[in-house]
Design a binder for this molecule. Structure first.
Ligand SMILES: Nc1ncnc2c1ncn2[C@@H]1O[C@H](COP(=O)(O)OP(=O)(O)O)[C@@H](O)[C@H]1O
Ligand SMILES: [Mg+2]
Length: 447
């Protein structure tokens, strides 16, 4: 059975329209019939008055003829003071007086509705009685006219009801067709969406031309699909880059093992083990960076606490001797709320990169500016071309110069560093400098 819940929007709209049309039409039909009825009634009364006036005149000025020539009314009778019918219209010839009532004393006119006059065989009429004062006594004139029925006239009533029903049908059909047309794009969008899967995210739902809610819905869906497609594409590239980077050290290790097994006698096993350790280190570095990124991507909250950035820098710089000179310009008391391990990881990567690319010196500076901690790591190396400044933050991106300089990098350090900065509500950017690369980390101060 159909329940309210399973009715389509179109059915519901149509039913509402029909219900409204039925109610409104009913009110209009009743109002129209009532006003027509009262108009017809007033008209009928005036007509009767006009017709009877002639008979009244005849009666006032003398005795009226026995037969009254008046066909437009159902009937007229004139009664003398003794109550005898002295004249009547042809249809009432020989009939007894049609009514017993007379206008009450002092009044000249009164009326009554009746359906029981035998001569009219069941026809309902309004009988109006007039009192004429004459020297020989009061004469009475009865006139009978058809009662106006509530529906006024069968033909007229049929037209009114017919128009009413036609309007109801038109309202229903109109809303049904409009709803069908308006909802067609929604169905098209649904059909398209139902077919889109993770492998064909390039498809888009049709956008209707009219500027309405449905068009906005379609545009929003398409924008969402754009973002989904970009995200899926990024994941796909990431997975393929990761596999590629993991495969290289594995292939190297496999070749080493195969060669050693082939010539066991000629093999320097200790040397081989050391070579393989290098490959294992690289594998380990990649896997731990991947894990770190996965954890940052998942948005899992890390423990937070106040971290004094100067302490952190001193600690990190004091860990080991650097290949180049390190200049420190560190303001004291610059504290942020954050995860110490993650911030250390960020700083290590910036310092290691700088050390790797510096010619002779790294400058690390720290200051608090307008509620923000600003930490800069500057080196005096070749720097990074302006058009590569965003590229180095892409996952697995390594500029050609670095590949030659150091084969051990993963290309994940800067993306991880930026994710950490963003997880702390801050930013990590590459900015202009006279020489070398200048990385600037901005974090909100701990208050
Ligand atoms: N201080 C720097 N000077 C010049 N190039 C840099 C510097 N820091 C990073 N880069 C470039 O950005 C790339 C990405 O850095 P990173 O994500 O840390 O990866 P990795 O250090 O493993 O190569 C590096 O390979 C290098 O080409
Ligand atoms: Mg690095």
């Amino acid at each position: 059975m159909l329940t309210q819940r399973t009715w389509s929007v179109r059915t519901r709209l149509t039913l509402i329209a029909v219900a409204v049309a039925v109610l409104a039409g009913l009110v209009l039909t009743v109002a129209a019939t009532l006003s027509l009825y009262s108009l017809a009634d007033v008209y009928q009364a005036r007509q009767t008055g006009d017709v009877v006036l002639k008979t009244i005149e005849l009666t006032v000025h003398g005795n009226p003829p026995a037969e009254l020539r008046e066909e437009s009314l159902v009937g007229i009778q004139v009664l003398d003071p003794a109550g005898r019918v002295v004249s009547s219209t042809p249809g009432l010839r020989g009939a007894p007086r049609m009514a017993e009532f007379t206008p009450p004393p002092g009044s000249v006119r009164s009326s009554m509705e009746t359906c029981s006059i035998p001569r009219f065989s069941g026809r309902c009429v309004v009988v109006v009685a007039f009192r004429i004062h004459r020297p020989d006594g009061d004469w009475i004139i009865y006139s009978a006219a058809d009662v106006v029925p509530w529906y006024v006239h069968p033909g007229l009533f049929t037209v009114i009801v017919g128009t009413y029903l036609l309007l109801v049908v038109l309202a229903g059909l109109g809303v049904y067709h409009t709803a069908t047309r308006v909802l067609a794009p929604v169905n098209a969008i649904r059909d398209e969406l139902a077919e889109i899967t993770a492998t064909d995210l390039g498809r888009r739902v049709p956008v209707p031309p009219a500027w309405d809610e449905i068009r906005r819905l379609a545009l929003t869906i398409n924008a969402t699909l754009d973002r989904l497609e970009a995200a899926v594409e990024q994941q796909r590239r990431f997975a393929s880059d990761a596999s590629h980077d993991l495969r290289s050290p594995l292939t190297a290790m496999r070749a080493q093992v195969e060669e050693a097994l082939h010539y066991p006698q000629d093999t320097d096993w200790k040397g081989k083990a050391r070579e393989m350790l290098t490959s294992l280190d690289r594998l380990q570095a990649i896997v731990s960076d991947l894990l770190m990124l996965a954890r940052l991507d998942s948005g899992a909250p890390a423990a937070r606490g106040p971290v004094d950035l100067r302490d952190l820098c001193e600690e990190e710089l004091g860990r080991r001797r650097r290949r180049v000179e390190v200049v420190r310009e560190l303001e004291p008391g610059v504290t942020v709320a954050g995860n110490r391990l993650q911030l250390t990881r960020l700083l290590t990567n910036l310092l290691d990169n700088a050390e790797r690319h510096a010619a002779s010196r790294i400058t690390v500076s720290l200051a608090a500016r307008e509620g923000t901690a600003v930490l800069e790591v500057l080196d005096d190396g070749a720097g990074i071309a302006r058009d590569q400044r965003e590229v180095v933050f892409h996952r697995f991106a390594r500029l050609d110069a670095s590949r030659n300089r150091d084969a051990g990098g993963t290309g994940l350090g800067l993306p991880i560093a930026r994710e950490i900065a963003q997880a702390h509500g801050g930013t990590l950017t590459l900015e202009d400098s006279a020489q070398g690369a200048r990385f600037v980390l901005r974090l909100p101060l701990n208050r």
